[in-house]
Ligand binder design. Sequence first.
Ligand code: SF4
Length: 352
Amino acid sequence: MTTTIENKTDVYSRPNARFGDDGTLEIRASAVGNCRRALWYEATGHQVTNPRDDDSLTMLEAGNALEPVVLRAMQRAGWDITPTDRDNPRMVSLRLGPTLAVSGHVDAAGVAPIFGLEPSIVEVKTRGPEAYKKWRTLGAERSHPESVWQAAFYTYGAFEEARDLVIATLDTGNRVWDYEVIPARRVERAFDQACARLGELAAHHLVNGPDPYVLPERDFTADDWQCKRCPFLNACLPGSAAVEEAEDEPAVDAGLVTDDEAQAALREYEQAQEMLKAIEEDKAWALGMLRTWLKQQGKEKARLEGREKTRTVGKVKSTRYNVNHKRLNALLDPETRATIVTENVSEYLRVS
Ligand code: SF4
C-alpha cells in the first residue's frame, strides 16, 4: 500500500470511478460504498441513463456549501480545525495493489478541545432531520457505514495508520450539529471491510480487463434507494422506474378517492385542527389555574367537585431516562450496539 498527497482543483468534479492512464481503476473515496456495478458502468464509459434532476443537484450543492459552516462551528466549540483549502484542495490517494487506487479530498483535520492530542481526520456530513436522528442514535457504522469507510481511507492516506476519526454532522432541518469519534481499532476494521469490498471489484478488473459489457453483480435491488437514484438505472434494470409508476396507478385509476374528495378531507382536517387547538388552549388555561390553586393550598393533592363526580387534583412526577448515544456509540462496537439499540419503523400520514 503506497500513499501520495497532491493538490488538484478538479477533485470535486471527478467521476466516482475511472481508469487511469496506466490502467489502474481509480475509485473516489466518497464512492467506496456505491454499488460496484454502477462504479463499473461509470469507469467503462457507459452513457448515463438517469441523470440527477435539478432538485437533487441543488440538495447536493447545498450540502457541500454547508460543510465550512460545520467546521467553523467546531472551531467555535474549541476544536483546533485545519480545513482543506477548497480552492486548492488536498487530495489523498491510496494505492491498494497493482490495479486499484482510492482517492479523495479530506474535509479537514482536527484536534478535539482540551483532551485531544493528535489530529484526526474530520469528515463532515449534512443530513435531513430523520437521517440525523438515525445517525445519532445508531452511530455512523450502522446508519451510514460508507461515511466511515470514506474517512478510514483518508485516515490511512494521510497518516498511514489507523487513528481515531471524527464524523461531524449538521442537521439541515434544525441547524444543529454534533460529532462522533470512531476509535482507531474500529477505523482499522472499517478500512478492512472497504478494502475487501473494493477488492472484489479489483478482481473483476483483473479477470476481465476494462470490458464494459462484462458487468459485476448488482449490489442492490430495484426497491433500494441506491437503485432509485442510480444514474444507470435504466441500463441496469430496464423498466423498473416504469414499474414503480405503474404500481402507483391503480389507486388513482380505481377512483376510490377523487381529488375533490381529498380536498374536502383536507378542509375537514384543517377545521378539526383548529378546534383541537382551541380545546388545548382551554385545557392549558384550566390546568394553570388549578396548579396555582393547589400551590396556594400548600398541598400536593386536593379534592374538588367536578361536573359529574369528585375529582382529585394532584401533582404527578415522572422520571425520564435518557441514553447518551454518543458515549454508547464510542464505547461499543456496532454489533454489540445492534443488540441494545434496535429499530422500529412506524408509518403515519403528516399534513404540513
Ligand atoms: S441500478 Fe442498482 S444494481 Fe444497477 S448499477 Fe445502479 S445501484 Fe447498482
